[in-house]
Design a binder for this molecule. Structure first.
Ligand code: GSH
Length: 206
């Protein structure tokens, strides 16, 4: 059976769990990271020298990097559904996954860490505000793209929606000023209605 290492409140672990939920992939999950430790043991680092979660082992095949894992699982279990077969749709899904990692996440991370995981007296609020503006600019782009679309690549849910979904869940739940972005809000409602999102990604921020 597929083994997944990672704590359930990690944004990157949630991408993998949500993908498994969408595709009904059975898995065994082992708590790892932060208070659980495990990821700094020599045994773990032999599998992932970055000492980060998530990590999977599938029939002896070891893989780290959340988006590589999502792509692998989707190609193996969801080709033609969450993993688009058509080249251009596939590239489109890849584009949004990469955009989330390279453009959204660098702004989201400092806000999340300061507001959710750092005591109030130690927060770097100037950094939070700069990052908030950067994140807002990305959310405006995404909102405009979503006008007239059901999901990020069009009518169907794909792996392109997974990294964006876990990011916008944080955007909607962090204690920050938010622009009024109706198409993004509708998209978020659509994602929230998916049982696998609700089970693995729509969790309180901790
Ligand atoms: N690029 C990596 C980043 C992985 C990462 O930063 N994981 C964080 C959790 S979201 C982690 O392992 N932090 C250390 C810990 O939890 O102890 C991926 O997407 O898998």
């Amino acid at each position: 059976m597929l083994k997944i290492w990672g704590r359930t409140n990690s944004i990157n672990v949630q991408k993998v769990l949500w993908c498994c939920g969408e595709l009904d992939i059975p898995f065994e999950r082992i708590d790892a990271g932060l208070q659980f430790g495990v990821n700094n043991t020599p045994e773990y680092k032999a599998k992932n020298p970055n000492a980060l979660v998530p990590l999977i082992e599938d029939d002896g095949f070891v893989l780290w990097e959340s988006q590589a894992i999502v792509r692998y699982l989707a190609r193996k279990h969801g080709l033609g559904s969450v993993c688009p077969e058509e080249e251009k749709v596939c590239a489109d899904a890849d584009r949004w996954m990469d955009w989330n990692a390279t453009t959204v996440w660098p702004s989201l991370r400092p806000i999340f860490w300061n507001l959710v995981r750092t005591p109030a007296e130690k927060r770097d609020m100037p950094l939070v505000e700069i990052s908030r503006k950067g994140l807002a600019a990305s959310m405006v782009i995404l909102n405009a793209h979503l006008a007239g679309r059901t999901f990020v690549t069009g009518a169907d849910f794909t792996i392109g929606d997974i990294p964006l979904g876990v990011s916008i869940h944080r955007w909607f739940h962090m204690d920050i000023a938010r622009e009024n972005l109706p198409d993004l809000a509708t998209y978020y409602e659509r994602l929230q209605a998916r049982p696998a999102f609700a089970k693995y990604a729509g969790l309180p921020l901790t």
